[in-house]
Every structure is written in C-alpha cells, then in structure tokens.
Design a protein around this ligand. Sequence first.
Ligand SMILES: Cc1ncc(COP(=O)(O)O)c(C=O)c1O
Length: 392
Amino acid sequence: MGFENLRPLAPDPLLALMGRFRTDSRDRKMDLGVGVYRDAAGETPVFQAVKRAEGRLLHTQRTKAYLGVEGDPAFVALLGAAIFEAGRGLPGLQTVGGTGALRLAADLLARSRPGRRIWLGTPTWPNHAPIFAAAGLQMLGFDLLNPASMRPRPGAMLEALQGSAPGDAVLIHGCCHNPTGIDPDTAAIEEIAALMAARGLIPLVDLAYQGLGSGWQQDGEATRQLVARVPTVLVAASCDKNFGLYRERTGALFVSSPTRAEAQSLCSHLAALARTSYSMPPDHGAAVVKTILEDGDLTKLWSAELEAMRGRIGRLRAALAAYGDVGGVDLGALAAGLGMFAMLQLTPQQIDRLQAEFGIYMAQSGRINIAGLAEDDIDRFVDALRAVQGVG
Ligand SMILES: Cc1ncc(COP(=O)(O)O)c(C=O)c1O
C-alpha cells in the first residue's frame, strides 16, 4: 500500500530492442543496437588476460572480507597511473562501473551547490540526462549535430559555453563519443580547456571507451589535457568495455583539484555519498584489473587483445566508409569517427523497415554499433540501406 501513484514505466528502449532481437528467428539477423563489443563470430568474449587473472585470484585470494567504501586503493592507483601519467595518478575511489562514477560525480556537484548547472551536448548516451536529473542537476543542452544534415557542428561546445557561468559543470566524452563517434581534435580540446579554465567551469569527463579508438595513450590525451589545464576536473572511468568486464561493474572516479587538501575533502564527500547508496563497490572486476596492471606479461596480453578489438572496429569502419554515399546516408563520414558507434541519417520509418524486412536491429536514434557487424554482413547491410531508401 502507498504506491498507488506509481504507474508502471515503459522498458528501456534499447533493452526492449534486445528482447525483440532474441526472439527473432531469422538466422541472418544483425544486432547493431546494444553497445557491447562483438568479435567476428558475434561473441563478446572474456579476455584471455582476464581469464588468467581470474585463475590467479582463485588460487591466491584468501578472504572476501570488506575492503572499504573506496574499494581497493591499489586498483585505483594502478588505473590512475595508466590513464594519467605514471607517478601522477589522481586521488579517487573505485565505483560501480562508469555509471556509478558518473552518479557519484553528479551527486557531488549537486551537494556542493544545490541547483548546479551541467552542460551537455546532444545527442549523448541516453543515460546521462536521467543520471544528472536524479542527482538534482539542472541541465543545459546544446546540439552537437546540425539538425538538418545530422553532421557534426565542430564549434558547438565553444559556442554554447559562451553562455556559461562560473561553477557550471560540462560533460565531456573522453574519447569515442557515444553515439556519434566524433571527438574534438587536439586543437579544439585545447580551446575548450582554455575557455573552461578562464570561466571557472568544471569538466566531468566520461571516459568509458579508452583503448577502443586510436590507442590507449592517444584516447586518454583529451582527458590529460583537461586535467593539465583546468583547475578542477572529475574523471569517471570505466573498465567495463576495455577489459570486457561489463557485468562485473568496474570503474573509478578521479578528482583533480587545485590543492591536495581540497581533493581529499572532495574524496571524503564522495565516500560519504557511496556509503549511503551501495556502501562499497563489488571487488571482482577491480581485482582482475589490478592483477593485470601489476603484472607486465598480463598487461602485454591485455593490450594486444585490446588492440585486436580496435583493429576489427577500424577495419569495419573503413569497409563501411568505402561505400561513400548510399542513397543519402553518408557512410563515408564514418572514416572520421572512432570507437564502436556512428549515427546514420535514417528516419524512424526506415529504421523500422530495416528491422521488419531485413532483421537489422538498431537504436531509434540511428546509432549503430559497428562491432555488431560480421565482415560478411557488410554488403547485405549496405543493400538493405539502399532498399529502405528506395534506391539501387
Ligand atoms: C558513454 C558511456 N558512459 C558510461 C557508460 C557506463 O559504463 P558502465 O557499464 O561501466 O557503467 C556507458 C555504457 O554504455 C557509455 O556508453
């Protein structure tokens, strides 16, 4: 009793799409919807490096006793050294995946200034706005794409931030923008960082795909540039994609502050926020990442596996881009993107037809997960795109 005013909510559209895909009996169906990496066989495999680390943990772990609100500080230090420069890791705490890090960061921003504003370029990962709303942040959106052509507007963020006020937060995708795949180049990031420093803004960097774009180091470059130039930065890092740990919910939130004392104070608030939510993060994924990063051979193996994933995504991107314009859908533009995602200029009706007539599943926004394609699916995918546009 007492819940009469709650009506059932519609399922998350992407989860609903997954459900429909599973029950589709066509054997040449394609799942380009869900944002997980898939290999050529359509699997999301466990990394060999992860399997080996798990083997070690099985034999060496002596206790499952609580670790603490901050999780495992050794994991946080190793991941921090891998993202930032060795020896220049930032203080932080282990979180429940990248999502948990984003939520803690949003809670901290809201707790320290009720009604705080956060700028976010759209389109973005569909969970960003609900997370920020749940934390009580006030959102200010701006278009990253030109609404008519759906092409990126390169100066969109700089232009929008002309309306910013000191203390506003700004969501930044660290690399491999989800859903567009288009990241600002080094010069643009420098301009953005300079503007943020000058205006007293706080970047909240969502670093969920490091290593899936151009390489681990290169993919961390924008984040490091922001940390170097802007006094206060929050970095929400996920290990769920780049270590293939998805369900193990592995991530960390790092804090860069002008003084060590302030960073420590912010970390104490983050710990208090975690304590009243989930108390402590799950250990297994972080223990695996720590085992890999503290062992040179396992690190090499993991890096090679990550490189193979990146290579496959890059080859698929290039193969699609080689088709150029397909009846108004500019596949050529995919060459400029990085990571698993790209947006295609399709109408909702065309997206429905791809699903109904060709068994091709993608988000209603037109986002595709490129890694969902098998190499020999590409011709059929392009033919289907032509067919729903009445060409070819
Ligand atoms: C842009 C972006 N940020 C954060 C996340 C969250 O990752 P995690 O599974 O680690 O919570 C995702 C996951 O899809 C994402 O796409």
